[in-house]
Design a protein around this ligand. Structure first.
Ligand SMILES: [Zn+2]
Length: 124
């Protein structure tokens, strides 16, 4: 999914133009709108970058302006290494629930219903 979004954003970045750039801050013109991009904070005014973790068309435009590959700035949780690390531990087998030790602590009961203030609703 991240790959598909990034490829779409690369296509969409063709219509964007860098108006001004500081060290990490960019002003990107996209049609009739101007977006501010901060590459160091991974921030864009359109907020898609923060929502998805994939550089938005404006960030892609800024990275292309710097001759950098936007693929390297996709969040780590989309990477294969993160996936393999998450599933590298096996779930240990456990005994049947009936064989679990009984607890001496009191059981947790739901709270006692109490009458709320105001007139009760009429049944229809
Ligand atoms: Zn953006």
């Amino acid at each position: 999914m991240a790959r598909r979004i990034l490829e779409e954003n690369k296509e969409l970045s063709n219509r964007c133009h860098v108006q001004w750039n500081g060290v990490h801050g960019f002003e990107i013109r996209d049609g009739g709108f101007t977006f501010v991009v901060h590459l160091d904070k991974k921030y864009c005014d359109c907020r898609l970058w923060m929502l998805r973790g994939v550089p938005c068309p404006h960030a892609v435009c800024a990275y292309y302006y710097l001759n950098q590959d936007p693929d390297a700035h996709v969040e780590h949780w989309y990477r294969k290494e993160t996936f393999l690390k998450a599933y590298s531990h096996f779930i240990q087998p456990i005994t049947n629930m009936r064989m679990w030790p009984e607890t001496t602590n009191p059981s947790i009961e739901p709270p006692v219903p109490r009458k709320m203030p105001g007139r009760p609703k009429k049944k229809e």
